[in-house]
Design a protein around this ligand. Structure first.
Ligand code: 1YM
Length: 661
């Protein structure tokens, strides 16, 4: 059913919700777990919007035992009066009319909540049922919707009201409560991930100072762990302190800046640590922009200029010295930058970059003014000098790294053999099709070299544990032979000369044993990629190879199992009288086996590495790979479940029994 609305010279074609059922991907990107969570965020965003506009102070999110989710805010309540052109209550319009323009925006409801305006009706269309309770004018209203299969039309009638708007009596509450059950006919997996939901709600609480967000997961057995409250009166200042847990701060107070110009609101919180990484997290309308964009460019330009001017003014930079580079001033910097923009345009591969060019000069002006004030303040002189001195050391280290890199380039040109001597390269000419396996240990490396398809697979064996690069300067990384080989093999260079243009492999595959040492090596390599080649991960080039854990054999029938579930299935399939081999390491496999199970593109399993939440990965990398022991111990004792038996150590029949249970 498609209906059309014509108003004041603008014609909008409003399709029925069936369009959403037909192509859910068009509206929520994907029907995977990510899309499922997208539904929840659509509703949460509306609640947060109501709160950040000053109409609500509370947001409550609940995951219910029946698989549904609900969101409540104590704001104005969605409009219930009759819509002038549609002739039905406002809530009904909101949940049943698809807003083709991308947001709900007319003279009656001036809502324009960034990216997510279309949300409510899409959520309804993709739910088995949805109910909305509005508490407004001392009255409790309710409206309910369902999506049901109609045997007559043989179609799903999506998001239809089950009846008119109900008046349920008087109430002292105000606000909106939306509850919905995602349709399992649409989503591959309809289980919400409590950790993921909690993480995003915590992030939203940091980004929206003072809003009290209560998260209840009724599915959790342990009553004491069911409810969590996130509320930060310090907002992004508290966020920076949280991100810096586990690091050593150079100054106790977080520097906070804020301003508003031409409808753009900009806030930044920064604190330096004694580390070497740049941890800058930027947001637009509460949405993370890992690819940066005009707001970040404006911030960086202002920041670099102010600090260079300052260093000159206090004589740390002499007349003959050239200006320091922006990255020098961002070494050891932890920064959260948020901006509120009226009509944000998201660009880039993953829509993670702000495109609006008008935002850059606005952010630049706000930061310049705020930063200048801060640097002029007498009480900040000690910190300001420490920051400038750190940047000068960073510039010196960068210069040393550049020399090392130049040397590396020279040596690799002159005597390529010794440097990438361990690399068994491939013959294929198309870099996208080529694969580099980084293999733990010489013996597995040997098997991989023999077993591979040399047309497109290259092997780089690693000897022993690579250097843990967390808290290592670039020049120290470059002094390490294993990483030099890796960088040369990849062809991308590193640091400010890193470029994907010269990447020689479409897939970079980490292949380590399925034991603790293997996990450690993998963690070290991922730390290296995350800290020094983040774009290699962001563009989806980094993978983890998955060798099988078991081989089940009966007669000449062989089944490889990659986890315990598969093992249970395999043993069931072959029946009694099989032999079981448990692989302790890659080295136990002969070249043919390694090819068949781990390298052959038609049979192997690969895990693509992606960073969903860069702030979280940054914090955890610091805690787990950094030099402070205490935060690591705390983290492990809080999160590790020592009572859970190690799956791999259980005998297979017990495992099978457990799977059955
Ligand atoms: C649990 C989710 O949606 N709260 C909410 C939504 C709206 C209003 C208040 C509201 C807005 C306005 C006027 C206005 C609206 N959302 C939409 C749409 N919580 C939740 N609270 N009166 C009430 O913007 O002028 C339209 S109104 F379309 F985004 F869903």
């Amino acid at each position: 059913m498609a209906s059309q609305v014509y108003n004041a010279g603008n014609i909008q074609v409003l399709e029925g919700l069936e369009a959403v059922r037909m192509r859910p991907g068009m509206y929520i990107g994907t029907t995977s777990s990510r899309g499922l969570h997208h539904l929840l965020w659509e509703i949460v965003d509306n609640a947060i919007d109501e709160a950040s506009n000053g109409f609500a102070s509370e947001v409550q999110v609940t995951l219910h035992k029946d698989g549904s989710a609900s969101v409540f805010d104590n704001g104005r309540g969605m409009p219930v009066d009759t819509h002038p052109t549609m002739g039905v209550p406002g809530v009904q319009v909101i949940f049943t009319v698809l807003h083709a323009g991308g947001k709900f925006n007319n003279e009656y409801y001036a809502y324009s909540g960034g990216l997510h305006g279309v949300g409510a009706s899409v959520v309804n269309a993709l739910s088995k049922w949805l109910s909305v309770d509005v508490f407004l004018n001392w009255t409790h209203y309710r409206m309910e919707f369902t999506s049901e299969f109609d045997p007559k039309t043989k179609k799903v009638e999506a998001g239809k009201p089950t009846g008119p708007l109900q008046l349920l009596g008087n109430t002292r509450k105000r606000g909106t409560l939306v509850r919905f059950l995602p349709d399992d006919a649409v989503f591959e997996d309809v289980r919400f991930n409590g950790d993921q939901v909690a993480r995003r709600l915590q992030e939203l609480a940091y980004l929206n100072k003072g809003i009290r967000i209560t998260f209840t997961d009724e599915r959790v057995a342990d009553a004491s762990a069911r409810v969590r409250v996130f509320c930060y009166d310090g907002g992004i200042t508290d966020y920076v302190q949280y991100l810096n847990a586990g690091k050593t701060a150079l100054h106790p107070d977080v520097i906070y800046m804020e301003g508003k110009r031409d409808d753009v609101v900009c806030r930044a919180a920064i604190q330096y640590t004694d580390g070497f990484n740049e941890s800058l997290f930027s947001y637009v309308n509460n949405i993370n922009t890992p690819e940066g964009g005009s707001h970040e460019t404006g911030f960086k330009a202002a920041f670099t200029k102010c600090l260079n001017d300052y260093a000159r003014r206090v004589g740390l930079l002499k007349e003959k010295d050239s200006n320091l580079a922006g990255e020098d001033f961002r070494e050891g910097l932890t920064c959260v930058l948020t901006t509120m923009v009226k009509n944000p345009q998201f660009e880039g591969q993953t829509k993670g970059r702000l495109g609006n060019s008008e935002v850059r000069p606005v952010v630049e002006a706000i930061i310049t003014q705020q930063m200048t004030d801060w640097l002029d303040n007498l009480k900040n002189q000690e910190t300001a000098t420490a920051i400038a001195a750190k940047a000068i050391r960073a510039a010196q280290a960068r210069e040393a790294a550049r020399k090392a890199r130049d040397n590396m380039r020279k040596t690799s040109a002159l005597e390529a053999a010794p440097l990438v001597g361990k690399l068994a390269s491939c013959t294929g000419r198309h870099w996208e099709d080529n694969e580099l396996f980084i293999v733990e240990g010489d013996s597995a490396g040997g098997s991989a070299k023999q077993g591979r398809d040399r047309r497109f697979q290259a092997i780089l064996p690693l000897r022993g544990k690579p250097l843990n690069v967390e808290k290592k300067h670039l020049d120290q990384v470059l002094a390490n032979e294993e990483f030099r080989s890796l960088i040369t093999a990849l062809g991308t260079s590193i640091g400010d000369s890193f470029s994907l243009d010269n990447l020689k492999y479409g897939k970079v595959i980490i292949l380590s044993d399925a034991d603790q040492d293997g996990a450690h090596i993998r963690a070290i390599l991922l730390t290296f990629f995350f800290r020094y080649m983040k774009d290699l991960i962001n563009t989806g080039h980094v993978y983890i190879g998955m060798p099988p854990l078991y081989k089940v054999q009966k007669g000449n029938k062989v089944i490889y199992a990659y986890d315990d579930k598969e093992l249970a299935k395999a043993t069931k399939a072959v029946g009694k009288g099989y032999t079981l081999q448990r692989y302790k390491g890659l080295g136990e496999m002969n070249p043919e086996q390694l090819w068949e199970t781990t390298m052959d593109p038609s049979q192997r399993k690969l895990m693509r590495v992606s960073v969903e939440d860069a702030a979280l990965v940054d914090r955890l990398t610091t805690i787990l790979m950094g030099d402070k022991v205490e935060p690591r111990r705390d983290y492990i004792s809080e999160h590790a479940d020592f009572n859970r038996p190690d799956d791999f150590e259980l005998p297979p029949d017990q495992l099978a029994a457990r799977e059955g249970a």
